[in-house]
Ligand binder design. Structure first.
Ligand SMILES: [Zn+2]
Length: 216
């Protein structure tokens, strides 16, 4: 996808980027993740600042959004005698073809993302829980043909999940306090993010439907 310019090989680029250190002024600040977009602005991944530096160093960055969030400094350049320096922005769009297949697929389902979608609230009793006390609940049990999908999965606390057991909600006389939905790609990036900067959240939320619980 990325074209390494000149005689730079991927291995030398990685060596270069991993030799970079945060500038003194930035030390002590928690590492941030960079939101990687394709050139048309669709989110692709969260990457580390060092992974972003590899893309900068290979001239793979098409455009950026937000104020530089980290400055990485490397060794002295042999020709100029200057210290190499890369300003990493919170959002970078990379050059290259758009992988359209990834864009059409629904985001992968995981427990942390499911719990985040449902705001750590049990769909049956409506109480909030720590992730350790929550389970992935299949509305139609898998033993009865229910899919392991965003639309058939909901967050439930352990007691509620145990009480419902291998039954449909109607059979267990338990009703859902909210409904499942498939997160959009932008929403998925929010659910996957660990430390989301204000610039990144603003960008992602702008494309999240108003109906999403993330706006709540
Ligand atoms: Zn519950």
């Amino acid at each position: 996808m990325l074209q390494a310019g000149g005689d730079l090989s991927w291995s030398s680029l990685f060596k270069y980027a991993y030799g970079l250190q945060p500038a003194r002024a930035q030390q002590g600040i928690a590492a941030v993740d960079v939101l990687q977009l394709d050139v048309s602005g669709r989110p692709q991944a969260w990457i580390t600042t060092k992974e972003a530096a590899v893309i900068y160093a290979s001239d793979g960055v098409a455009w950026t959004l937000g104020e530089a969030c980290q400055v990485l400094r490397g060794g002295l350049q042999r020709i100029t005698g200057l210290q190499s320096r890369i300003e990493v922005h919170p959002i970078i769009a990379v050059r290259g073809a758009v992988p359209s297949r990834a864009w059409r697929q629904a985001p992968a389902l995981s427990n942390p993302k499911l719990f985040a979608r449902d705001r750590h609230v049990c769909a049956y009793c409506g109480r909030g829980f720590h992730a350790d006390d929550l389970t992935r609940e299949h509305i139609v049990p898998t033993s009865r043909g229910g899919a392991d999908s965003w639309m058939n999965c909901i967050t439930a606390c352990r007691p509620c999940n145990g009480r419902k057991a291998d039954r449909l909600p109607e059979e267990a006389r338990m009703s859902l306090m909210y409904l499942p939905y498939v997160p959009s790609l932008h929403e998925d990036m929010i659910l996957r993010g660990r430390r989301i900067l204000a610039d990144q959240m603003e960008f992602l939320l702008a494309s999240v439907p108003r109906s999403s619980r993330l706006h709540g």
